[in-house]
Write a protein that binds this ligand. Structure first.
Ligand code: NAD
Length: 477
């Protein structure tokens, strides 16, 4: 059994004063394979104290030095890509090819985008020609607590850590208790990079323990959180008494608007995208809105594509989807599929039973519902599993109204060959991101949502600005 009972604090691996432990389970076999110690208040306090001590010197470093150290971090991370892919695949069940090709590589990619943004990032800027002795200084907030989820574990960790360090903040990272392997490896990479002691600290723990301690800690200046809307609200409340800044990247229920003039691959592309990472993506296009003229044909395509998607264990190479992360998620997703059937949605593919040929492991069939109305549970809740809901529409206005009729607002998608329509619809969708005709957003673009999907932007220069305060200075000499 693997045992993770040390935390990285002040440049050293120190034994945990643990408050409990979390058992790590292989999602493909349901076999336990390790334990991670859950930090106590004493562990959290030690990490915060180390970050607080390190802040004055780190915040005053020349940005060129911070750039050099994060570049070193990126290079070492790249050198350890295979280990990172193995760690991610094991801890959260991503198929090894996805872990290698997308999950592990996300870390160095995010760092490269931040480093590019730093090339022309001015920490001291003029206000304007009308006020020649004014300057706007962007200054690091202080100690940042970083709380991350398990679904794209190293992507989330690096989006936060690299931005915070480049901004001049010191950090305490609390990764998901479900994904401690990748974060531990990341701490080893930090250790090898030469980043000074105390600038980066890692404490494993759960939400109610380390997470809440960080959210209420008087010496933490900011919490940057990625995870569920439920936990984002709990953190906001916990952080209110100490008035710390709270940055939130939360859940989603993306709409994919497929107009009758969409390209031939639009439906298939949308179905496949919904099932990537076994549907465990905050930006999954999980509601497909289809114009009536192509509705029946699209439903038939979606069912066929879903049935063609292979399912397999995490450790086996290939393009299949893997299990979902835990027994809790497995039960929840299957329960929501049953609710969809009970509420009258038409089951086109999949269902609540394990896929044929599997009698253990948290495997869920790629499931497609048609004739969904937007007030059904499957259209309203973030399912976080491989479940697609198809909803018909008649007009552009109706499609936009359905897309916006959700508490969430992370990513919406539009499929149409009419550029004017795409532009018009993109501006009317209430979300932090809109992706159209299968075109992914460019490197360094801001990732984040509105409404119940949060209030933060990560990636590129927006991600760095999250960790900066604005100071207005007059009389600059
Ligand atoms: P989660 O909210 O259960 O946990 C996320 C993190 O918060 C974990 O580290 C957990 O230990 C901690 N936590 C939980 N409750 C807490 C509390 N009360 N106080 C302090 N910390 C607490 O989410 P999850 O299951 O790990 O991740 C899935 C969720 O994350 C989905 O809703 C998904 O949409 C969202 N997500 C959002 C983005 C984004 O960028 N918007 C990206 C990835 C995932």
């Amino acid at each position: 059994m693997l045992e993770l009972r040390q935390f990285y604090i002040d440049g050293h691996w120190v034994p945990a004063h643990q408050a409990g432990e979390h058992v790590l389970v292989d999602a493909s076999t349901e076999e336990p394979f390790g334990v991670v110690a859950l930090g106590s208040d004493a562990d959290t306090d030690a990490a915060v104290a180390a970050a607080k001590r390190a802040f004055p010197a780190w915040s005053m470093t020349d940005p060129a030095r911070r750039i050099a150290l994060v570049e070193r971090l990126r290079i070492i991370h790249l050198e350890r890509t295979e280990e990172m892919a193995q760690a991610i695949s094991r801890e959260m069940g991503a198929p090894i090819d996805l872990a290698r090709q997308a999950q592990a590589g996300a870390g160095p990619r995010h760092m490269a985008n931040y480093l590019a943004a730093m090339q022309d990032f001015d920490f001291i800027r003029p206000l304007g020609p009308h006020a020649p002795s004014d300057r706007i200084a962007l200054e690091p907030i202080g100690v940042a607590a970083l709380i991350t989820p398990w679904n794209w574990p190293i992507s989330q960790v690096t989006l936060k850590v690299a931005a915070a360090l480049l901004a001049g903040c010191t950090v305490v990272l609390k990764p998901s208790e479900m994904a401690p392997l990748s974060a531990t490896l990341f701490a080893e990479i930090v250790d090898a990079s030469g980043i000074p002691p105390g600038v980066f600290n890692l404490v494993h723990g759960d939400g109610m323990g380390v997470g809440q301690r960080l959210a209420t800690h008087p010496d933490v200046d900011m919490v940057s959180f990625t995870g569920s809307t439920r936990a984002g609200i709990a953190i906001s409340k916990a952080a209110a008494d100490s008035l710390k800044r709270v940055s939130l990247e939360l859940g989603g229920k993306g709409a994919n608007l497929v107009f009758a003039d969409a390209d031939d691959m639009a439906v298939e592309r949308g179905v496949r995208q919904c099932f990537v990472n076994s549907g465990q993506n905050c930006n999954a296009p999980s509601r497909m809105l289809v114009e009536r003229a192509i509705y029946e044909r699209s439903v038939e395509t979606a069912g066929r594509v879903a049935q063609s998607i292979a399912i397999g264990p995490s450790g086996v190479a290939g393009p299949h989807i893997g299990p979902v992360v835990s027994t809790r998620q497995f039960d929840r997703i299957r329960g929501l599929i049953e609710t969809g059937i009970a509420e009258g949605a038409r089951l086109v593919a999949g269902g609540p039973d394990r896929p044929a040929g599997f009698n253990r492991g948290y495997f869920v069939q790629p499931t497609v519902f048609a004739d969904v109305s937007n007030d059904m549970t499957v259209a309203r809740e973030e399912i976080f599993g491989p479940v697609l809901s198809i909803i018909p529409f008649d007009t552009e206005d109706e499609a936009i109204a359905i897309a916006n009729d959700t508490p969430y607002g992370l990513t919406n998608y539009v499929q149409s060959q009419d550029g004017e329509r795409r532009n018009r619809v993109a501006r009317r969708l209430r979300s932090g991101m809109v992706e159209m005709n299968g075109q992914t957003r460019g490197a360094g673009s801001p990732f984040g949502g509105v409404k119940a999907s949060g209030r933060a932007r990560e990636g590129g220069r927006w991600g760095i600005e999250e960790y900066l305060e604005v100071k207005s200075i007059s009389g600059w000499g």
